[in-house]
Write a new protein. Structure first.
Length: 347
């Protein structure tokens, strides 16, 4: 029997997370801290741009430019896919710059679009956080206005007016920047039916990964982000009291992975097949160019940046090494095999 589960907050110990980020030695972690400081400094400008934002959102638009939403379980490779699509597809996206203006994402991004783009590719990230002002951003500050503040569970009870406001925002975004729109947010995995209905021009790139490796990465994320394996992190996570069962967190993570997979399957049943592009993390890493071309073939209106693909794109090294302890591995394998919902497992 599982230990008693308790609710999860987004971050258990922000101060501890700060120190772990500083000690990580990872550029994306340092960049995330800088972005947070910049967000505080940009509050006055964010407030001043609110009026311009309203005018941009209310402007009439008949654009039918595609909205591409990357979804999947946290730690399944969605950020790498997002970064790659942002680099090699001719689209716009929520950037780290956009996140500085939670009340004026359109106006703020438009005001600073003259900033130079990063010349070289950068596919590093720190648990979804990318480096540089032009780095792709999950866009929680924008999505939250409709889907709520809980990063792990989205609202699904939007009113008709809220759905219309969401639809109008993305039409305004595509019209303002005259390009298709791209975003990745793992929380959106839990409300595909809603997004499909509210954003008629949306398509979904669904990323799947070996569930054992997803579970392992989630356990590592708990330790790095929350500082404690027993504290949940990510979509549909739970925390447990491990006093009675030291490995209770393994069951929590397994349940989390299985719940996300089951919910994803259920949500996809309500989405037209021609708006779904399913890929695997492993296949994407092995042949990223082929995957990009397949995605573009399935979503009309999106163009590849051929010059960059030919000059720099190469296969990625898929992370497939098991670093779990033997007790953790045995517990996970047992739970996953008995679920009957998994793809092939790594041994």
């Amino acid at each position: 029997m599982n230990a008693e589960k308790v609710p999860v907050s987004n971050f258990k110990n922000p101060v501890g997370l700060l120190f772990r980020m500083l000690l990580s030695g990872r550029r994306a972690a340092y960049s995330a801290l800088i972005h947070e400081a910049m967000r505080l400094a940009s509050r006055p400008l964010n407030f001043l741009l609110a009026g311009r934002e309203r005018r941009l959102r209310e402007a009439s638009s008949t654009t039918s430019a595609p909205v591409i939403l990357v979804v999947g379980a946290p730690r399944s490779g969605t950020t790498l896919v997002y970064q790659t699509l942002a680099r090699y597809l001719d689209t716009t996206y929520f950037s780290n710059l956009t996140s500085l203006f939670p009340d004026a994402p359109l106006a703020g991004t438009r005001m600073f679009r003259w900033l130079p783009q990063r010349q070289s590719a950068d596919f590093q990230n720190f648990y979804g956080q990318t480096a540089g002002l032009n780095g792709p951003n999950d866009g929680f500050t924008i999505w939250n206005q409709w889907l709520g503040e809980d990063r792990y569970v989205p609202r699904t009870d939007l009113t008709a007016d809220e759905e219309r406001a969401m639809a109008q925002f993305f039409k305004a975004w595509c019209a303002t920047f005259e390009k298709p729109f791209l975003n990745k947010n793992n929380r959106n995995t839990g409300c595909l039916n809603l997004l499909c209905r509210a954003i008629p021009q949306s398509s979904f790139v669904v990323v799947r990964r070996n569930p054992l490796l997803v579970a392992q990465s989630l356990i590592n994320a708990r330790l790095q982000v929350q500082g404690d394996k027993s504290v949940g992190w990510g979509l549909h996570s739970q925390s447990s009291d491990t006093a009675a069962d030291p490995l209770a967190y393994v069951d929590d993570v397994c349940d989390q992975v299985l719940q996300i997979e089951a919910e994803l399957d259920d949500q996809l049943r309500h989405v037209p097949e021609n708006r779904i592009v399913e890929i695997t993390y492993e296949g994407f890493c092995e042949t990223p160019e082929d995957t990009l071309r397949w995605i573009v073939s399935r979503i009309p209106g999106v163009q590849l940046r051929e010059e960059l693909i030919q000059s720099e794109l190469s296969p990625f090294a898929a992370s497939a090494k098991l670093t779990l302890s033997e007790p953790e591995k045995e517990r996970l394998l047992s739970r996953l095999r008995s679920s009957g919902r998994t793809r092939a497992l790594v041994h």
